[in-house]
Every structure is written in C-alpha cells, then in structure tokens.
Write a protein that binds this ligand. Sequence first.
Ligand code: ZN
Length: 104
Amino acid sequence: MDLQELMSGWLEAVKETGFVAKGSIHEYRRNCGRKSCKKCASGERHTAWQMTYYLDGRQRSKYIQEGQLDELRRAIANGRKLEDMMVRFGLEYLDATKKSGKKK
Ligand SMILES: [Zn+2]
C-alpha cells in the first residue's frame, strides 16, 4: 500500500464518519429572568446545556439549544471515532511505508 492508497482510504473513512465536533456537553440549571416564572420562584429553574471545548489553548463554552442536542451528541461521538482513525492511519502509514530490514 502506498501513500496515495492510504490517502484515499482516509478520505473514504472521513466521508463515512460524517459530521464531527469536539467538546463536552454539560447540563445545568438557570434562571429565565421572567418575574412571574413559577419554576424559577420555586428554585427548580430551567434545564440548559452548554458545550465546553478547547480552542487556541483556552477552555471556552457555548450555549446549546435543546433542538441542537441530539445532532451535537452524534457529532461528538463521530469526532471520537475520527480521533481513533487518526491514530490507526498513522500506524498504518508506518507499517505501509516501512522499508525492509536489509540495508542497501
Ligand atoms: Zn424561569
């Protein structure tokens, strides 16, 4: 297997993996700010989510809407698969391009 074959195998694998993301989803409770809200008045408050991630060496977080949760969870799972694949393709590269033991 040469580098060209390895590369097309990689692109195929990325295509099959689909949409990816990297970060972790955290659930928390927050106040909605409405004065008449019974949930907030009772202390129950509202469930909210944020994604924590690292970018440019800094930890950051971003609010997630409820309708975005499922797709984001899938994308993060796909991202983990992609990271595994990166390790595997690196190993495959080392095996595929290793010269035979005999020195010329
Ligand atoms: Zn509220």
